[in-house]
Design a protein around this ligand. Structure first.
Ligand code: AHR
Length: 650
């Protein structure tokens, strides 16, 4: 037997076999490992007016007269409304509760029109500090009216400028002594960033009014009860792999009565249960769980709804993180019904249309399932016995009936400390699928912690970094986050999900800084941090390659290399935190069939540069091309994130 020849054949066979395994180096030093395909997503919380007055496209503030001093001490059912009696008209106005459209929506307005003098008596709403409208674009108006005197009343609806200019006008004539919904379309003949909606009753009588609504026809994907197009488009451009919603502290709420109950947020908007927002304003819940699921589907992100762990925020009743009356819990007797609510959410998202909750999803216009894979239970909860007992009950029930669902637990508000340690101990005991770590830290923390997850035990719970941000919106802040994100890719076998927080903040209504995307009534202002998230979200992979890049030190220069197995594209990210050019060597010898040109995207500037309201585009990614060689000596600009995307001919 020719032993030498045979062993050569075996060796060649082995090499051919190795070459044929996707992700295994064909030549040279590269080794790959699978990483989470869901790694970079977003966390939407209704904080900073992110929902009402923000992403939710409703233009009327306090549309159903449900604001109250519980939301904010100075608010009441008539907040954002004005009673108007133009000319010599007169009458009176009252907020009443005796015969509402629905018991969940108790307040409505009664207009008593005593004398019109042709002008009429009515109401005016200026939206969220002014209603922005665009010339020749359609706006959908709707209102519920009830004649309280037995005859028809003509009601004029107009969009009116600051000086009383009328941009659009239509008339409704009432035709019912019971609550009836009326709709019409208004198309303004001018663009104006601050108009009011005026509703004027033009004949004597008494009229009940509720649920006054105005939406642009051009919402995101043109959905009714939809989302603001520019904001939703900006979010979609992040290409998030998942959306965690609706909070945060908002979820476990300011006291037990304020816990977020998903069932209160679905169905006809006039029947949803509104409530105070823990961040000091109001939740109309017009943007409710159906709309969140729909948005996820629209932008190809997996839904990650978070439900309370049957306990309220430990800071309830006090200023955030200072004082408060502590964690309150549902009683053990209340738990079976609460657990059923959690299970019903899974049915609502995934169940057949023949199931009770699947039928409600279908009734809302979505017979197909929403393909729920993840569910979060709890947020930053204090790790008390009370919490643990309830979390375990919920987790056990979900795992028993829905082993296909990945449960995300919580390990407190910080990346270390007592709750973190107790939380992890509990997670390990209970074998919780994934736990949610939060870190709002100084930039130095992100630099120092680039090896944090290298040592996490791969056999225990996976990690969701549900909220992270360095303290600021400068390029430096954004780049330390980028450096940290390269380490998340390297550890994408244990870090399953990660999301920057908070996502949205409305100018002048901000409870938390920094945020990822600022906005006002008409414009969107993405931060530099946003562009980092966008560059990662658009260039993610599911295989991680190590040892291909030299010249990195994970303190001022960091890098990662991933491959998207769907396209075969190789993606290299390099971060330079130095104020000088730096070089790194990229060894591509392992890869065959790479295109000769790569797409290069660079985000760079001075360390304190930031995008602000006056200069929103100061730091933006710049696209160009790069020649691809087997060995690339890549020169990074000072203070830069560089993404090289190389297509391969499959
Ligand atoms: O993102 C803002 C808040 O920070 C979240 O509501 C909470 O989870 C965290 O403490």
């Amino acid at each position: 037997m020719n032993y030498k020849k045979n062993s050569r054949i075996i060796l060649i066979g082995l090499l051919i076999f190795i070459h044929s395994i996707p992700g295994i180096a064909q030549k040279g030093v590269a080794q790959s490992k699978p990483i989470s395909p869901d790694l970079f997503g977003i966390f939407f919380e209704d904080i900073n007016y992110a929902a009402d007055g923000g992403l939710y496209a409703e233009l009327i503030q306090n549309r159903s007269f449900e604001y109250s001093p519980t939301d904010k001490k100075t608010w009441n059912a008539f907040t954002a409304w004005e009673y108007i009696t133009p000319g010599y008209a007169y009458g009176s106005v009252n907020v009443e509760t005796t015969h509402p459209i629905h018991f969940n929506n108790p307040h409505y307005v009664v207009l008593n029109i005593e004398e019109t003098h042709q002008d009429g008596v009515g109401l005016k709403n200026s939206g969220f500090d002014g209603i922005p409208v665009k010339q020749n674009e359609a706006y959908h108006f709707s209102v519920y009216l009830k004649e309280l005197i037995n005859h028809a009343i003509p009601v004029v609806v107009k969009l009116q400028g600051r000086k009383g200019e009328v941009y659009a006008e239509q008339t409704i004539t009432t035709s019912s002594a019971g609550w009836k919904k009326y709709t019409l379309e208004l198309t303004p003949n001018q663009t104006d960033d601050s108009v009011s909606l005026v509703i004027i009753a033009k004949s004597k009588g008494t009229l009940a009014i509720d649920e006054v609504s105005l939406f642009p026809a051009n919402t995101f994907k043109q959905h009714g009860n939809g989302l603001r197009n520019d904001l939703a488009t900006t979010i979609a451009a992040l290409k998030p792999k998942f959306i965690r919603f609706p909070g945060g502290c908002l979820v476990h709420g300011d006291g037990l009565g304020n816990m977020y109950r998903w069932k209160n947020t679905i169905g006809p908007v006039e029947e949803r249960v509104q409530q105070k927002n823990i961040w000091g304003y109001h939740q109309s819940v017009g943007l409710g769980f159906f709309e969140y699921f729909q948005f996820c589907e629209d932008i190809g992100a997996k839904p990650l709804p978070v439900l309370p762990a049957a306990v309220s925020c430990q800071n309830s009743g006090g200023t955030w993180r200072i004082g408060g009356t502590g964690q309150h819990a549902l009683t053990i007797n209340e738990m079976p019904a609460y657990i059923q609510d959690v299970l019903d959410l899974i049915e609502y998202a995934n169940g057949p249309v023949t199931s009770t909750w699947g039928a409600k999803r279908a009734a809302a216009g979505h017979p197909r399932p929403f393909n729920l894979e993840y569910i979060g239970i709890g947020n930053e909860d204090k790790q008390t016995d009370t919490f643990r007992e309830r979390f375990k009950m919920i987790n056990d029930a979900v795992k028993k009936l829905h082993p296909e669902i990945t449960v995300v637990g919580t390990v407190g508000p910080a990346p270390d400390g007592e709750d973190f340690d107790f939380g992890w101990k509990f997670a390990n005991e209970q074998k919780i699928n994934v736990v949610d770590e939060h870190c709002y830290m100084k930039p130095e923390w992100f630099i120092k912690n680039q090896h944090r997850y290298d040592v996490y035990n791969r056999k225990l719970s996976k990690v969701y970094i549900g909220e992270y941000a360095s303290h600021g919106n400068t390029l430096y802040n954004a780049l330390v986050e980028a450096a940290y994100m390269t380490s998340l890719e390297r550890n994408g076998d244990v870090v399953q999900l990660a999301s920057y927080a908070p996502l949205l903040a409305k100018k002048g209504n901000t409870q938390w800084n920094p945020d990822l995307i600022y906005f006002d009534r008409t414009k969107v202002y993405p931060t530099v941090n946003y562009y980092v998230q966008q560059m990662f979200g658009n260039n993610d992979g599911d295989l991680y390659y190590k040892n291909l890049i030299t010249g990195i030190n994970d303190s001022t220069v960091s890098a990662s290399c991933v491959q998207d197995s769907k396209t075969g594209d190789i993606i290299i990210k390099l971060v330079n935190l130095e104020k000088t050019f730096q070089s790194a060597h990229i060894n591509l010898n392992s890869f065959k069939n790479l295109n000769k040109q790569a797409a290069l995207t660079v985000l760079s500037g001075n360390e304190n540069d930031k995008n602000n309201f006056d200069n929103p585009d100061k730091v933006m990614p710049v696209n160009s091309e790069l020649d691809v060689k087997k060995d690339i000596d890549f020169k990074m600009s000072s203070m830069s994130l560089n993404v090289i995307r190389i297509k391969s001919k499959k």
